[in-house]
Each structure stands twice: as C-alpha cells, then as structure tokens.
Ligand binder design. Sequence first.
Ligand SMILES: NC(=O)C1=CN([C@@H]2O[C@H](COP(=O)(O)OP(=O)(O)OC[C@H]3O[C@@H](n4cnc5c(N)ncnc54)[C@H](OP(=O)(O)O)[C@@H]3O)[C@@H](O)[C@H]2O)C=CC1
Ligand SMILES: Nc1nc(=O)c2c([nH]1)NC[C@@H]1CN(c3ccc(C(=O)N[C@@H](CCC(=O)O)C(=O)O)cc3)C=[N+]21
Length: 300
Amino acid sequence: MNATLIDGKVFAASIREKVAAHVARLQAEHGLTPGLAVVLVGEDPASQVYVRNKGQQTKEVGMASFEHRLAAETSEADLLALIARLNADPSVHGILVQLPVPDHIDEAKVINAIAPEKDVDGFHISNVGLLATGQKSMVPCTPLGCLLMLRDTLGSLSGLNAVVVGRSNIVGKPMAQLLLKESCTVTVAHSRTRDLAGLCRSADILVAAVGRPQMIPGDWVKPGATVIDVGINRIPAPEKGEGKTRLVGDVDFAGAAEVAGAITPVPGGVGPMTIACLLANTVTACCRANDLPEPEGLTV
Ligand SMILES: NC(=O)C1=CN([C@@H]2O[C@H](COP(=O)(O)OP(=O)(O)OC[C@H]3O[C@@H](n4cnc5c(N)ncnc54)[C@H](OP(=O)(O)O)[C@@H]3O)[C@@H](O)[C@H]2O)C=CC1
Ligand SMILES: Nc1nc(=O)c2c([nH]1)NC[C@@H]1CN(c3ccc(C(=O)N[C@@H](CCC(=O)O)C(=O)O)cc3)C=[N+]21
C-alpha cells in the first residue's frame, strides 16, 4: 500500500473531544444540555445498530439522547405528530429521523416537517437552499465529515478536480455543493454517466457514494489522488466462517491504495465521522438556539 490512510476513527475521536469540551462549557456557564432526538421507524437491523451507536456516543459527550422507536406500521400522521412535539420541546436541539422510512410514509413530507434549526441532518429544503446559496445552514453530516477529512489531508482544495460518484440528496448532491464552495471543479456522476472510468481517472479528489461493493477498481484512480469512500456494503465473508459477513466500501481498497495519495478505509473512515459530525451539528444547533457562540472548526 502506497497511500496514506485517512483514519476516520482517530479524527472522529478528536471531534468528539471538542464537542464534549463545548458541552461541558454550555453546562457550566449556561446550565444548558444539548439534546438529540433520534427517531427510528421500523426494525431494519442495520439502522438499529446506527441508532444504538448514536445514542451511546451522544451520552458519552455529555449530551441528552432521546430515542423514539416506532413500529413499522406507524402512520404518517403519528410520525408527523411526534415531530411536532419534538419541534416544540426546548430540551431537544437536534432531530434526526433515520432514513429510509417505510414506503407508506412520504419521506420529503417528514423531513420538511422538522424545524429547520433542529434539522441536524441538513436535509430540510431550507437548509438545502441555504447551503446551495452559500448561507449559514445545517450541513449534512456525511458530506461534512468528508470535507473535514479532505481539508485535513490536502489543506486548500481550490482548483482541484473533484468527481463525486452518486447524486443522492443525503450524500452526493450536498457533497458536490461543499466541494464547489471550496472552489473545486466538481463533476457529479451517476448511473447514466458515460465513461465513468475515464472521468474518475481525471479526479484529484474522488468521492464514491454509490452503494455497490468495491465497484471502483484501482485503475480508475489517478496516481496521487485523494479517495473518500462513503459506501457501506455488507458482503458475505466465508473466510470468517459460514454465514459471516464483512463491511466493504464502494472502492476496491487494496487496488486503490496502491495508486492513491490518500484513502479512507471502510469501516473506520467516513462512518465514524458521520456520527461525530451529527454530535457537532447538535451542539451548533443548541448554541444557535440560545444565541451563544458556536464551537470553532466543527462546521464549514
Ligand atoms: N458512511 C456513512 O456515513 C454513510 C454511508 N452511506 C452509504 O453510501 C452509499 C450511497 O448512499 P446513498 O447516497 O444514500 O445511496 P443512493 O442509493 O440514494 O444513491 C446511489 C447513487 O449511486 C448512483 N449509482 C448507482 N449505480 C451506479 C453505477 N453503476 N455507476 C454510477 N453511479 C451509480 C445512483 O445513480 P442514479 O441516481 O442514476 O440512480 C445514485 O445517484 C451506500 O453504500 C450507503 O450505505 C450513506 C449515508 C451515510
Ligand atoms: N437521517 C439519516 N441520517 C443519516 O446520516 C443516515 C441515515 N438517515 N440512514 C442511514 C445512513 C447510514 N449512516 C451511517 C452512519 C454511520 C456509520 C458507521 O459508523 N459505520 C462504521 C461501522 C459500523 C458497523 O460496523 O456496522 C464504520 O464505517 O466504521 C455507517 C452509516 C448514516 N445514515
């Protein structure tokens, strides 16, 4: 392996330390405890793991964690009523509804029912519009985590060619907005893109957010490029025993690490940063709600 490993676990721990310090100060000086409400509808096992990790880490940094686990058959009206209660609750500074929600619930309606200042995912149309026009907003956690790692690795991103593979509202599109804001020349690729290989080979920064295990081989990576692998894919791992699985990204890590200048692993890359940025956004939301100075270096 030639590339530098971008260690998301270590970076995320340093963010959590800063968050914890700010939380302690809010508590000591203002008697405030930032609170995060996480809503999970249904019983998707992967989602349950994330919700558990989020709840645990929220408490570890001294914030209040409110978990709402609703049955898969919960009606849209009941979910909207819960969101209205959380919007009105002054002890809740951040609200996250785990996606996807079951098919009978309109996802856009649910996201846009969250008070924008409590929308720590940054998915509300107000936050999307604010980010797109370069105004202060809540920044989506996964792209924020990716950007913090890119800045740490590269310093200035100005003028670099960035290719984002994937155009989802939760990763690809906001990632492209953040890179554009950093003055990268940004191309967003998707399932209809022609010559994806050639396009990827032009990237100084390659962000993969597709959801296809190891689809980007090493020979699509420009020598020296910085590769950010957002993908979280569970694949069979018979070498670990019958029925066992392991996590891999959207990039063939071993191949890409021979060519890239720096690369994030899966697990231990973007995932831990996403949760750390969620905590950071919650503290930021609490500060904004109380007209207090925000922690420095934890948003863009
Ligand atoms: N680490 C973390 O914190 C997080 C990780 N993830 C992971 O990131 C990955 C992407 O998530 P998400 O953005 O929600 O996924 P979506 O399924 O919403 O979007 C996937 C995107 O990839 C594109 N795509 C699909 N197949 C191809 C292909 N063959 N070639 C090029 N592009 C393709 C799709 O194109 P089209 O639009 O044309 O269909 C789409 O834009 C998943 O593995 C997910 O688990 C997600 C969120 C957070
Ligand atoms: N409203 C909403 N906001 C989200 O941010 C959101 C969501 N819904 N739905 C699902 C995706 C996925 N996601 C991850 C977060 C952390 C890890 C993570 O911590 N991963 C660890 C490994 C965890 C494990 O071992 O299973 C790692 O990559 O090292 C992964 C994935 C957030 N998402």
